[in-house]
Design a protein around this ligand. Structure first.
Ligand code: PLP
Length: 286
């Protein structure tokens, strides 16, 4: 495997950043994950737009032009021969002697990228059965719309889910409404077929896959309500699912101890998963 680190392609096993990288010391950085599907990068433009926004919100300089970034992405994918998988890219405020204040303006941001294959058959098998989620108290900061590498609450929530035999943890805010998962957006489907997901304000990450499902729903004439939903409403929903670039549309069949419907993925979510890429921008790799 090969990784990109600050201008160089290096063996993955030797890829490293300095111990005084601000990402390492302060989580002072942002990231993106894009899906690679059948030799295409999925929704690359939207991911790079979101990366720009995250950088701007944190006043981190763009490390390179968009054209250069997309060139490196394609190189990393091709050097790793990934046809189905994900690409990870991370930009931090760079390397400087540890001090909370921003480093001097001439400090270059650090950029790393990796790409890895994902066994899509295995993922499809998981999707065919559906997954469980647990619910946990929302304990993150109030700017989770910025895709920062500060993911400790997400890590702890997802590990709790794993120990409980679930795949994801849904954060629940002080009003009892689900915000999102540790690394996914959360959705339910009402008995009349309406999709419900929380509006993308500062309380959730505005998922690119979420946007894809909204577009797909419109294309397919499904009705959508962008509003918060409670755990109780979710537990009595007909279907539920989670979305992310790494798993696209993943059916949820269990919330805490409650089995949804007959415990199997429902028809609407299965259809959304199957036709998801109809609504994607696909950039072909050589
Ligand atoms: N919410 C959180 C907290 C995430 O970390 C992610 C993705 O990693 C998502 C939602 C889904 O976003 P996307 O569909 O852009 O992958």
């Amino acid at each position: 495997r090969v990784a990109y680190v600050n201008g160089q392609y290096v063996p993955h096993s030797q890829a490293a950043v300095h111990i005084e990288d601000r990402g390492y010391q302060f989580s002072d950085g942002v990231y993106e994950v894009c899906e690679i599907w059948k030799g295409h990068i999925v929704d690359m433009g939207a991911h790079l737009d979101r990366l720009d926004r995250s950088l701007r919100e944190l006043q981190i300089k763009a490390p390179m032009s968009r054209a250069a970034l997309s060139h490196v992405m394609k190189e990393v994918i091709s050097l790793n021969r990934v046809k189905e998988g994900i690409i990870y890219m991370q930009v931090t405020r760079g390397v400087a002697v540890r001090d909370h204040y921003f480093p001097s303006d001439d400090t270059p941001p650090s950029v790393v990228m990796t790409a890895k294959s994902i066994n899509s058959q295995k993922l499809d098998q998981i999707a065919a059965k559906g997954v469980g989620v647990i619910t946990v108290e929302e304990n993150r900061w109030d700017r989770v719309d910025i895709k920062t590498v500060g993911l400790l609450p997400n890590v702890l929530a997802k590990q709790k889910a794993k120990v409980a035999g679930a795949r994801e943890a849904w954060f629940v805010d002080k009003d009892g409404l689900v915000t999102e998962g540790g690394s996914t957006n959360a959705w339910i489907i009402l008995s009349n077929g309406t999709l419900v997901t929380r509006p993308a304000n500062h309380g959730i990450l505005k998922g690119i896959t979420r946007a894809g499902v909204l577009k797909l729903a419109e294309m397919n004439g499904l009705s959508v309500e962008e509003r918060g939903f409670s755990i109780d409403e979710a537990k009595s929903a007909k279907e539920a699912f989670i979305t992310s670039a790494s798993g696209i549309v993943m059916p949820v069949v269990k919330i805490d101890e409650t089995i949804l419907g007959d415990g199997k993925p429902g028809p609407i979510v299965q259809d959304l998963r199957k036709s998801f890429h109809d609504a994607s921008e696909l950039i072909k790799l050589e």
